[in-house]
Design a protein around this ligand. Structure first.
Ligand code: AMP
Ligand code: MG
Length: 421
């Protein structure tokens, strides 16, 4: 049996960085950059006004309150700047600053002295002094051409999408998504939700859960199969996965010590190298990690739903992160809300609720119903708490590692602020 941390370390160091592909920016949400991105343009791309008002030539000097100016042009966003021979130019937010002008006085800070036949301002007076550069958004003030804007390893989210769009970047290099297969084993499993259960049958809940998690962490799921408890069918399915170019195989069930737990032997027969089988953790102890001929990684997760969830969260997801070249996540350190006793010798992964009290302090509550067959507490949980292997009694207030529901650092998304009690 291998320790929890050591097993995770082995998984991450076995996963190999996958190759890159170029994709259109609009199809890159959630993908991980393979190369650094440098800005091809300046942002803003020209000096422009931050306010509706009047552009003025301050000439590097304070323009005193009371100054009167002729208005010789008007300019909207989207128009090219005219040449201004004298005086001010009426200007709307986003419009370019005409050459020679260098400050903008907001429309609220002037008085119109004279209007033309169309009621457009002809002469104005400044009601306040104007500093050179005031209300001008400089070319490149946000991003300069050539700036490193996103390092390799950045996951493309909405902010990245906005910046890429602003800079006219149509295509980026991202890590290819690992191709995964999901095999659920167990003759008791029923996939069709419309089918009535016969005696002894249960519904396959791991399949849909793990499929969603695989997609969410960035894998492409090409094969999904439910298999009976037969080594022959299993072997044939794994061969099919390898022929189809699958890089990551995840199975549930059949890795424990029961009579129908055939996976370890079947994998050996397929020529797999079993890197570990059994981790000193609960739930999920029988987890198996192997490398198949050709290099595909194999995760044999135990069948109990929470065991498979723990295997996915703490082993499969870190492997996918490593394939993308992403840094491994760092847990939060949060005090336990209540004391807890546990058996030493196992790391315990607990369904947990990260809470924020009325003073803004975080604590973590271990939820009732920690057994590995109980999935209802997952509805209430927003985090996983890790109780260390050697500990036996953990008093209230003990700092423990808290992980988000997925590995992408979103632990704070669902923290219930000022949760009652
Ligand atoms: P196993 O690891 O195959 O011994 O299964 C352990 C427990 O998990 C048994 O009670 C199984 O019926 C249950 N189980 C196995 N696979 C699934 C699944 N896909 N969905 C829900 N429960 C499962
Ligand atoms: Mg089984």
């Amino acid at each position: 049996m291998i320790a929890f941390d050591e097993a995770r370390h082995q998984v991450v160091s076995t996963a190999i960085l996958i190759i890159a592909e170029r994709v259109p920016t609009h199809a890159a949400m959630g993908r991980v950059l393979a190369d650094d991105v440098f800005s091809p343009e300046y942002l803003p791309s020209f000096d422009n006004t931050a306010m509706d008002g009047f552009a003025v030539a301050a000439g590097g000097q304070l323009v005193p309150e009371g100054t009167e100016l002729k208005v010789s042009a008007a300019l909207a966003a989207g128009e090219a700047a005219p040449a201004i021979e004298e005086g001010a130019c009426e200007i709307m937010t986003g419009a370019p600053i005409p050459d020679g002008l260098d400050a903008v006085i907001p429309v609220e800070q002037i008085q119109v002295l004279e209007r033309d036949a169309d009621m457009l301002p002809r002469r104005i007076r400044l009601l306040q002094a104007l500093i050179p550069g005031a209300n001008v958004r400089r070319r490149g003030q946000d991003i300069a051409q050539g700036d490193l804007i996103m390092p390799a390893g950045t996951r493309i989210g909405t902010a990245e999408r906005m910046v890429l769009a602003a800079l006219g970047i149509a295509e980026i290099a991202v890590r290819k998504q690992p191709v995964a297969a999901l095999l659920t084993t167990g003759r008791e499993l029923v996939d069709d939700p419309g089918q009535a259960l016969l005696p002894g049958q249960i519904r396959n809940s791991n399949g849909p859960f793990l499929a969603e998690r695989l997609l969410e962490c960035g894998a492409e799921l090409h094969i999904r199969r439910s298999l009976p408890d037969e080594a022959g069918a299993f072997t044939e399915a794994v061969r099919g996965c390898l022929q189809a170019g699958v890089e990551l195989i995840i199975s549930t069930g059949a890795v424990s010590m029961g009579r129908y737990d055939f996976i370890p032997d079947a994998l050996r027969e397929l020529g797999a190298e079993i890197l570990f089988h059994k981790v000193a953790m609960r739930p999920g102890k029988p987890l198996l990690f192997a490398r198949l001929p050709g290099g595909a990684l194999y995760f044999g997760l135990p069948g109990n739903p929470v065991s498979s969830a723990v295997g996915m969260r703490f082993f499969v997801e870190p492997a996918v992160r490593a394939c993308f070249g992403l840094a491994q996540e760092r847990p939060l350190r949060v005090p336990l809300l209540h004391a807890v006793d546990k058996k030493p010798g196992f790391s315990m992964l607990q369904k947990a609720l990260l809470r924020c009290d009325e003073t803004g302090c975080l604590s973590v509550q271990l939820l009732k119903g920690q057994e590995s067959f109980r999935i209802q507490p997952l509805l209430e949980s927003n985090a996983w708490a890790l109780l260390p292997e050697q500990s036996a009694h953990l008093p209230a207030g003990t700092l423990v590692d808290v992980f988000g529901l997925n590995g992408n650092g979103v632990v704070l998304n669902r923290v219930e602020v000022n949760h009652a009690g």
